[in-house]
Design a protein around this ligand. Structure first.
Ligand SMILES: [Fe+2]
Length: 393
């Protein structure tokens, strides 16, 4: 895309100040954490990582090694709720902590950002729903990632479920960005194939939504194109052989690059609609995205400008587009997404996940209010979103 084809005047780009990625990142990160000068961390995590897998032991040893005390809050559930944020905030205050270490995947980082917002600004996490509501900033967060997908360790987004409304609140604020992110592939090898596939497809969705976004810009394109290329080359291997360190490392970088892309360019209908499926049925985020992604982009590609964008990424997905028309090359990109989904075992439709036809009007209604939809290249309409949901069943 020529730079004069970008449709807006200015872009913003936020990432944590310090980002440590690759083999040995946890050890390398310890000295950075020590230099921050905090005394006691609240480790925000979930029961699987802390209990079943015992992975938090690595974090506790690291903190002990640099003379930092800790308390643990392991009450984060997948699709974290308002209650999880409140419980974590109480744990932080009661233990007398002065910073947060979020340890896990997107749910744990999102919950930590929620705790950070309420801890710094008071009130309820509901008060921070929307864009740039964290006027008092958030508590300092070091995010140590254990999945290669959500990018939440590096972004300004936090997604918290409101069970009363059966929807996910989107909190967007550059001040909600963690201070330090750590992505160590060794901490990701515990992931079973299904989780590797779901989180990897989430990362792919971030990159592709950033590419077609109305806010796409030279920085987001650079990181998104590279992320797409690395995901297509490495995700199948990471799913099929979780101990393949090269594939795990590539996915670690790819998901971070995709996070950099969408943190600047925003997302689109895939996330705006997937948030509703997650909030309504408590379904895994990455799976919802993966099912919706090819259907949303087929809808978006009806616009010539989007077809051009998709045509531009087809070769990064391993497709030979030499001599093809824009439309043919865009179709190759859609074909590549479907092939990757199938290869890594993504369900073929939403009905398989338990989504019911009679719930679609409520899902459309909520999706219309999701901030992610505002970045989509085609404007959201109830008819358009309904047609995509139906095509995804
Ligand atoms: Fe996502």
């Amino acid at each position: 895309m020529a730079t004069n084809a970008y449709k807006h005047m200015a872009c913003s780009y936020f990432i944590p100040t310090i980002n440590i990625i690759g083999e040995g990142a946890l050890e390398e990160g310890a000295s950075h954490i020590q230099r921050l000068g905090y005394k006691k961390a609240l480790i925000v995590t979930g029961k699987t990582l802390h209990g079943e897998l015992g992975l938090t032991k690595r974090i506790i040893e690291m903190l002990d090694g640099i003379g930092i005390d800790h308390a643990i809050f392991d009450g984060v559930q997948p699709n974290p709720t308002i209650e999880n944020v409140d419980q974590g905030h109480i744990a932080y205050e009661e233990a007398g902590c002065d910073f947060i270490v979020s340890f896990g995947g997107g749910s744990n980082h999102d919950c930590a950002k929620g705790i950070g917002a309420v801890g710094a600004g008071g009130g309820s996490i509901k008060d921070y729903e929307g864009i740039n509501k964290c006027e008092k900033g958030i508590l300092p967060i070091v995010s140590i990632n254990t999945t290669s997908g959500t990018g939440a360790e590096a972004t300004q987004f936090s997604i918290i479920t409101d069970p009363d409304r059966r929807t996910k609140m989107v909190i967007v604020d550059h001040r909600a960005t963690p201070a330090v992110s750590i992505n160590d592939p060794e901490l990701m090898e515990y992931m079973p194939p299904e989780l590797t596939a779901a989180t990897g497809m989430d990362a792919l969705t971030h990159a592709i939504e950033a590419v077609v976004s109305k806010m796409a810009n030279p920085i987001s394109d650079c990181t998104a194109f590279q992320a797409i290329n690395m995901i297509f080359k490495s995700l199948p291997t990471a799913v099929e052989n979780g101990n393949d360190r090269e594939a795990r490392t590539a996915m670690t970088y790819a998901q971070f690059l995709a996070a950099c892309a969408f943190n600047s360019a925003g997302l689109g209908f895939v996330h705006g609609m997937a948030h509703q499926l997650g909030g309504f049925y408590d379904l895994p985020h990455g799976i919802c995205n993966a099912v919706l992604l090819p259907r949303v982009e087929a809808y978006n590609a009806e616009e010539e400008s989007v077809a051009e964008r998709l045509a531009g990424i087809a070769k990064y997905m391993g497709k030979d587009v030499e001599g093809l028309s824009t439309r043919e090359a865009a179709d190759k990109a859609l074909e590549a997404i479907n092939e990757l989904s199938e290869r890594v075992g993504i369900p073929s439709g939403l009905a398989e996940l338990g989504v019911k036809e009679e719930d679609l009007p409520a899902l459309v209604d909520n999706a219309m209010k999701d901030p992610c939809c505002s970045f989509n290249p085609r404007p959201p309409t109830p008819e358009g979103l309904m047609s995509i949901f139906k095509a995804s069943m």
